[in-house]
Ligand binder design. Structure first.
Ligand code: BES
Ligand code: MN
Ligand code: ZN
Length: 614
């Protein structure tokens, strides 16, 4: 065997060896910067703003200056825990209209645009609309008290604001000095008031919640805020719950990997927000707001999991996260973690094949939710793809590898939902939440293209592309929910194919199921939670593409229709008669513009689970 004698290679090889043989605490001192940057996942800085890295350099640095986030890191061991982002401490409550309802630093006034007569709409096309303003109820009285300031605000912003016709749009803020106090005032659009249409309030709750949060954040130093909503909004539990979920989820910011100086807390000074609904009682309102907040905690969980880089969130720290979710569920969730041995006993050869080349051992996470009263009408399975990182394996990725920390998006959605249901405690349903957690890496033990793996239902799979790894891990998780747990219907979420993104764009998931009822259920849930999902075909003839010359199946199909062949592949691991849906979330998991997790799926899964027990 010949060694490459090129200088640069020889040198970095020698440096690596030198470092490897040193006690770990000295390692960083000897690693040249260019080497650190390439061989360490999260690059460290050498000043006190350092966020730490895999090396055990903390001992040679001033500990008091180090951020606490990575206290468990060491050179030899993978990170054992992931910190969680807490929900905003600002309180949200509902109050009836009183004399001093406007007594706060920030006053928001919700306005509906009046319904247009059809002839008016025709007029629209002909000429520029004259700014006419209509405000009613308490807002009108307030406008008068302010000397017509609100009407002016509407006229000045008419183009964008149009009497409030687009739900969630906010006017610029007015600063006023009244009764010896300085206040900020803005209008929030509520959409068009059309009480004949029974869905005229659809989406208004979440639009208002988001507008509330963004305005409270942009209006720095505001401690108290109130929003006045006209009678037509009412105070139905659904609308308040949506408002609360959207308010708290909008205030999410991931500060876990920033040093003190660069942390930014949204609406930092905000203490309380009061929703004042005209003409309706606040009965049951607090409970509705509270459930919205619980759901937002689930969404936070999902974002935290997807945002965490692989050197923080590996299979072990994900399993630890699942344990903590169970601990916080008042005994409604039980957590079981299967290690390599147990997975071997179940014959999970497909999952274990993918996991072979990782530093951290695979962890099969199984959470069981039982309602507090123990009454179970239905037993369902919820599976999430838990690839903490996807390099592609030997079929190494040539594009978008840096995004592949989001390959645990399915796991994040189902664990987010687990956190939410552990607090919301839905009735009548037992839920088995399963994640086959591992990483798709490369080492001497890794699966190579052409290897044949045997899944836990006995089917053999010829691995022709190690980058089609998600379906291999999911196969064993689905068999577990179906055969071991006996779930009567199963849904599965995964960032499974780039092809699904190509087909649908990044704004929606693809739903693959042969069961029309389940497709309808999921469509209804997605509508309510405002997470777009689109049903895709399960074209049976494409099964031909999955036939292997040497094994039962191969793990990839042909060049086209890759999202469909992935869905068809999974169908091989569940009882044909059982309702099963695969939801490909490769697109909506990530906000590509802002480079952050969207939290997609937590609400959808929670909604679906909650409906199963009814
Ligand atoms: N996790 C990826 C899917 C993915 C890729 C999601 C890019 C979002 C963006 C998955 O494991 C994968 O690599 N799929 C392959 C399948 C192919 C090899 C049949 C893909 O989509 O390219
Ligand atoms: Mn892959
Ligand atoms: Zn993947």
């Amino acid at each position: 065997m010949k060694f490459c004698s090129r200088n640069c290679l020889g040198r970095s090889f020698a440096t690596t060896l030198a470092v490897a043989s040193l006690p770990s605490q000295y390692a960083s001192a000897f690693v040249p910067n260019h080497l650190m940057a390439t061989s360490l996942s999260l690059v460290s800085a050498t000043n006190s703003n350092s966020i730490g890295y895999r090396g055990g350099s903390s001992q040679v640095r001033n500990m008091s200056k180090m951020d606490q986030t990575f206290e468990t890191w060491s050179f030899d061991e993978p990170c054992k825990t992931m910190s969680w982002t807490e929900i905003s401490e600002a309180s949200l409550s509902v109050a009836g209209l009183s004399d001093n309802w406007d007594d706060s630093d920030l006053v928001l006034i919700g306005v509906f645009a009046p319904k247009k007569e059809e002839s008016d709409e025709d007029e629209d096309d002909k000429k520029e609309e004259e700014p006419t303003v209509e405000i009613s109820g308490e807002a009108k009285a307030y406008d008068e008290k302010m000397g017509g300031a609100l009407s002016n605000l509407m006229i000045e912003n008419f183009k964008a604001f149009k009497n409030g016709a687009s739900a969630g749009s906010v006017t610029p803020t007015l600063r006023v000095f009244a009764d010896g106090k300085s206040q900020r005032i803005a209008l929030v659009g509520l959409g068009t008031l059309d009480e004949e249409k029974d869905d005229f309030l659809e989406g208004v709750g979440s639009a208002v919640g988001k507008a509330l949060a963004t305005t409270c954040n942009s209006e720095k130093k505001a401690k108290t805020a109130k929003i006045l909503l006209p009678e037509a909004v009412g105070s139905s539990a659904d609308i308040l719950k949506d408002m609360s979920t959207s308010f708290y989820s909008t205030l999410y910011a991931d500060n876990r990997f920033r040093s003190e100086k660069s942390k930014e807390t949204p609406a930092e000074d905000l203490e309380s927000v009061t929703i004042v609904v005209e003409g309706s009682s606040a009965d049951g309102a607090d409970a509705a707001l509270e459930s919205g907040k619980k759901l937002a905690k689930g969404v936070h969980m999902t974002k935290d999991i997807v945002n965490a880089p692989h050197n923080v969130l590996n299979s072990l720290s994900l399993a630890e996260t699942a344990k903590r979710i169970a601990e916080e569920s008042d005994g409604t969730i039980k957590c079981e973690i299967l290690g390599v041995k147990e997975c071997e006993e179940f014959g999970m050869g497909a999952f274990l094949g993918v996991a072979r080349a990782s530093e951290t051992p695979p962890q099969f996470i199984h959470l069981t939710y039982t309602p507090p009263d123990g009454v179970v009408k239905k037993k369902v399975g919820v599976v999430g793809k838990g690839l903490l990182f996807d390099t592609g394996g030997y079929n190494i990725k040539t594009a978008m590898m840096e995004l592949m920390k989001f390959d645990c998006g399915g796991a994040a959605a189902v664990l987010g939902a687990a956190r939410a249901i552990g607090q919301l405690k839905p009735e009548g349903v037992e839920v088995h939440i399963c994640v086959a957690a591992c990483e798709n890496m490369i080492n001497g033990k890794g699966v190579v293209p052409s290897d044949i793996l045997t899944a836990s239902n006995g089917k053999t799979i010829e691995v022709l592309n190690t980058d089609a790894e998600g379906r291999l891990t999911l196969a064993d998780a689905i068999v577990y929910c179906d055969k071991e747990m006996g779930c009567s219907s199963i849904i599965e979420l995964s960032t499974l194919t780039g092809a699904c993104m190509v087909a649908l764009g990044s704004g929606m998931s693809g739903v693959f199921t042969e069961n029309d009822d389940l497709a309808k259920e999921l469509e209804d849930c997605a509508k309510v939670t405002e997470e777009k999902a689109w049903r895709m075909p399960m074209e049976k003839s494409y099964n031909e593409q999955l036939k292997s010359k040497i094994a039962d199946l191969k793990n990839i199909g042909g060049r086209y229709g890759g999202a469909i062949t992935a869905g068809l592949f999974l169908q091989n691991f569940v009882d044909k008669k059982k309702p099963f849906a695969h939801i490909d979330i490769a697109g909506p998991v990530w906000d590509f513009n802002n480079g952050v997790a969207t939290g997609y799926g937590a609400k959808l899964v929670t909604e679906w689970i909650t409906r199963q027990g009814k």
